[in-house]
Structure formats: structure tokens, C-alpha cells
Design a protein around this ligand. Structure first.
Ligand SMILES: Nc1ncnc2c1ncn2[C@@H]1O[C@H](COP(=O)(O)OP(=O)(O)OP(=O)(O)O)[C@@H](O)[C@H]1O
Ligand SMILES: Cc1ncsc1CCO
Ligand SMILES: [Mg+2]
Length: 271
């Protein structure tokens, strides 16, 4: 069945109205593009990622993103402080397990973070499989598995932690223990620029804060990326012009554009 668009389409207006403060502890490749994506959707970024301030900031943020792309020792300390503080304060936080499965230290570190019960986990299929302990991960930060091959893994993580788990790929999936939504469309040009997935983690955090609901917020964020990337790709010559057109499109997408994205929901009977 189709997920009623009135369950997630209003989230966009809510992000623009409430401008959620999203604290990002993210990798050094995508800091700027992530802040720009948040501004383009109407949210307010703050990249507070030093140990002395990370917990303080998380307690007052609307949502927190923890992205493991370039996890220095100092950042790992800050991530534990931010996730603990968010968990304690009831602030939604999103884990993006970049490169988990492909690289050793971050694979173990991600398990420590799961104990702090993220509100949502967002990654590609290989990362989600590796996080659940199946599969060896992708190559570096890229996926080597299909989204459908990660659904059981996503459900296992949802069951273990209470998180909503979003798996990205040609068709995205948002998974809770007894629900799966598939978000169709989008553009493969998102995989040809830095931060296509990483900024989606930050926008997912913004949408969850604005929605007050992890499942609707995660679906809204993925539908927004599908609509905006299609709009940008239609006018682009390649990855360079797609990058800036995508930011313009995040700003220009309307609630009815979002409602037009194909979203199918099924009720999972297993698990
Ligand atoms: N083949 C594709 N066609 C259309 N959209 C795609 C395709 N592959 C990925 N996407 C979209 O690109 C975005 C990022 O997904 P991707 O799976 O590339 O994340 P990721 O691997 O975590 O990215 P990153 O390299 O930033 O960490 C999502 O919105 C997803 O829907
Ligand atoms: C290229 C790259 N390396 C570590 S993080 C990152 C950004 C995309 O995930
Ligand atoms: Mg990624």
C-alpha cells in the first residue's frame, strides 16, 4: 500500500517553519556541504564537535548527527559525549555508520554508539549489513550490496536499539520493527558528489526533529532527496552543476512535489 503522503509531506513545511538546530559531528570531507544542505532545507546547522562542548550542545540542540566518516580520537570522544547527552535529554540523534564493515576501528566504535540508542541509523546497504554483523561491508565508503539484501539487517538493528533504520540506494528503504517504506526515484548523480549520503543523514535529523516522529521524519527526508535530486539532475550537465543545483532544489521543492514521490509501505510480518 502507499504511505499516505499527508503522513510525511507536512514535515517539509515544519522544518522550514521551526528551523531545527542540528548539531553535526561529521567527517572533514563533507562539513561544508552538510551545513549548506541544512541551510537550504531551512534548518540551522552547528558543527560543534570538540569534546569540551559536544555534550553541552547536544542537550540544547533539536537533533544531533554522528557520522563516522573520518573519526579522529578527539571526534570519537566528542561523539560519545554528544550521543550520551542527547540520549539523556531525549534529543533525537542519528548515526551514520560510514565505512563500517570495511574498516576495523570504526566497526567496533559503532557498536558502542548503538548502546546509546540512536533515534535513527542511516547508511548504505553494506554499512547497515555490517552494523548488524552480517557481511563484510563495502569498499571504503561505497555500498557493494543491494538495499533489499539489507532489510533483515535493518530490522535486526531496529529491534535491538529501537531505532528507525534507513538504507539508501537506487530505491531507499526506511525500516522499523514492523514497518518498511520504500522511497522511489532520485538521481544517481547524488553518488557522484561528496556528501550525497552524509548530508542526507543531517537532513534526516532535521526532519525527525520537526516531525516529532522518527519514521515520518526519515521518510520525509528521503522523499525530499528524491524530489530535489530529480529536479537538479534535469537541468545539470554533470556532477559540478548538479552540486549547486541540488542545493537550489532543496530550497525549491514544494510539499506537493514531496507528495508526488512514490512511497510504498508494507507491514513486515516477520520479526
Ligand atoms: N542509483 C541511484 N539512483 C538514484 N538515487 C540514488 C542511487 N544511489 C544512491 N541514490 C541516492 O543517493 C543518496 C545517497 O545514497 P548513497 O547510498 O549513495 O549513500 P552513501 O553511500 O551513504 O553516501 P556517502 O558516500 O555520502 O556516504 C540517497 O538519497 C539515495 O536515494
Ligand atoms: C570520501 C570519504 N571518505 C571518508 S568520509 C567520505 C565522504 C563520503 O562518505
Ligand atoms: Mg555514507
Amino acid at each position: 500500500m502507499s504511505l499516505m503522503s499527508d503522513a510525511y509531506a507536512p514535515v517539509l513545511a515544519s522544518v522550514r517553519e521551526s528551523s531545527p538546530l542540528v548539531q553535526c559531528l561529521t567527517n572533514s570531507v563533507v562539513v561544508n556541504v552538510t551545513a549548506n544542505a541544512l541551510l537550504a532545507v531551512g534548518a540551522a546547522p552547528v558543527m560543534a564537535d570538540v569534546p569540551e562542548e559536544a555534550g553541552e550542545c547536544a542537550a540544547v540542540a533539536s537533533a544531533v548527527l554522528v557520522n563516522l566518516g573520518t573519526p579522529t580520537a578527539e571526534q570519537r570522544e566528542a561523539m560519545l559525549a554528544a550521543a550520551s547527552s542527547a540520549h539523556l535529554a531525549g534529543v533525537p540523534w542519528v548515526l551514520d555508520p560510514v565505512g563500517v564493515g570495511a574498516l576495523g576501528m570504526r566497526t567496533a566504535f559503532a557498536q558502542r554508539l548503538l548502546d546509546l540508542e540512536p533515534t535513527a541509523v542511516r547508511g548504505n546497504a553494506s554499512e547497515i549489513r555490517a552494523l548488524a554483523g552480517v557481511g563484510a561491508g563495502g569498499r571504503g565508503v561505497d555500498a557493494a550490496d543491494d538495499v533489499d539484501a539489507a532489510l533483515d539487517a535493518a530490522r535486526e538493528i531496529a529491534q535491538r536499539t529501537g531505532a528507525v533504520v534507513a538504507v539508501s540506494g537506487p530505491v531507499d528503504a526506511v525500516v522499523a520493527v514492523r514497518r518498511v517504506a520504500r522511497i522511489h526515484g532520485g538521481s544517481a548523480l547524488l553518488t557522484r558528489i561528496t556528501g550525497g549520503g552524509c548530508s542526507l543523514g543531517a537532513v534526516t535529523a532535521a526532519c525527525i526533529a520537526a516531525a516529532g516522529d522518527a519514521f515520518a521524519g526519515a521518510v520525509a527526508a528521503h522523499a525530499l532527496y528524491a524530489a530535489a535530486s530529480e529536479r537538479a539532475a534535469a537541468a545539470s550537465d554533470g556532477p559540478g552543476s548538479f552540486g549547486w543545483r541540488f542545493l537550489d532544489a532543496l530550497d525549491a521543492v514544494s510539499p506537493s512535489d514531496l507528495a508526488a514521490v512514490r512511497v510504498d509501505e508494507t507491514t513486515a510480518v516477520r520479526g
